[in-house]
Design a protein around this ligand. Structure first.
Ligand code: AHR
Length: 330
């Protein structure tokens, strides 16, 4: 563990401190340890999706490569588990805490406790609705932009997406976990963009909790109550893949009888896109490990870090998925 003492500070670290600390309390003393090893407590959401599996692997692999002592917990999708994990990291006096919040609200108290214990917090992947002074930085995607990209594609492909040929494009939405930043923001970005075409309407919207099973079950119930669905907008690939199973079980052809738009671009999603079962995927990058460890090191060195660090992302059509699949890492 990195000890908060100046005793063993090296000359190099001291000069870094002088140049960059600007009175910061998480300054050079943090990285001036006997063993130089950072201890990070990471409270993960769970293992709900292919995206999450890739995200966890990226964090664990990078920590290993960089000699960071990683304490990792899986909250199994429950906020109370995540708060308990963060409290335990505070008790263990880790050097830095990172987490991807299950939902946006309800973390104020535990963030205050981390601040009072002088342990810096880095948000990864998802934001919280809390005082920004309670965390050092937020690394992750812009989920509103992801929703906008999905909406833009639908507006641009509106004519082809009217599969029922009645001049109306009925969209059913498979939402992510209720209260989670990506569910809120993707719905918002999508709704904003489809306003450009009056023929597009979200006729039903329900959470599938970012899981394949959830997506399948919700899609089954949508199909039972509505035979005029033109498009599925799923907030992640896993729910889209579950919807494909439900559509096929109903005797329909996914990608043709019902168009499908998803977000993530994990390998299974990309394969379904290349196979013509999904029509468009907006990428959400899970490989946050290297940037996270770099930010943690900077924070502990007392360097200034930006409040918001965005990840680079693109989109995939069916042809683009075919080209990208051979090199896809996750
Ligand atoms: O927060 C990122 C989202 O969480 C991913 O899009 C989804 O697959 C995951 O469960």
């Amino acid at each position: 563990m990195v000890k908060k003492t100046l005793v063993a500070a090296t000359a190099i670290t001291l000069s870094t401190f002088a140049l960059t600390s600007c009175g910061s309390s998480d300054a050079a003393s943090d990285s001036a340890s006997d063993d130089g090893k950072i201890t990070m407590g990471f409270a993960q959401v769970g293992a709900e999706s292919g995206w999450r599996t890739a995200n966890t692997k990226s964090i664990q692999d990078t920590a290993k490569d960089e000699g960071i002592d990683l304490k990792f917990t899986d909250a199994q999708g429950k906020q109370e588990n995540q708060i308990a994990a963060i409290r335990s990291y505070i008790q263990q006096k880790v050097d830095v805490i990172a987490f991807s919040p299950v939902v946006e609200t309800g973390f104020d108290a535990v963030l205050q406790e981390a601040k009072a214990a002088d342990i810096p917090v880095i948000l990864t992947d998802r934001a919280v609705d809390a005082d920004p002074s309670l965390y050092k930085t937020f690394l992750g995607s812009d989920f509103v932009v992801e929703g906008e990209r999905a909406g833009d594609w639908l507006v641009e492909n509106a004519k082809d997406s009217d599969v029922n040929g009645d001049g109306k494009i009925n969209v059913v939405q498979l939402e992510g976990t209720t209260g989670a930043a990506p569910a809120i923001d993707r719905a918002e970005g999508f709704a904003e963009k489809i306003k450009a075409d009056d023929s597009i309407e979200v006729t039903a919207s329900q959470t599938g909790d970012f899981t394949r099973d959830g997506g399948k079950q919700v899609m089954e119930s949508f199909l039972q109550s509505d035979d005029s669905i033109d498009v599925v907008f799923a907030h992640n690939d896993d729910m889209g893949l579950g919807a494909i199973e439900a559509i096929e079980a109903a005797g329909l052809e996914p990608g043709k009888d019902i168009k499908i738009i998803t977000i993530d671009a994990v390998k299974d999603g990309m394969q379904a896109l290349a196979d013509g079962k999904i029509n468009f995927i907006v990428e959400c990058n899970p490989l946050l490990g290297p940037q996270l460890m770099d930010l943690a090191q900077k924070v502990l060195d007392g360097e200034e870090v930006p409040e918001r660090v965005l990840t680079d992302e693109s989109t995939f059509t069916q042809d683009e998925a075919k080209a990208a699949l051979p090199d896809r890492q996750y």
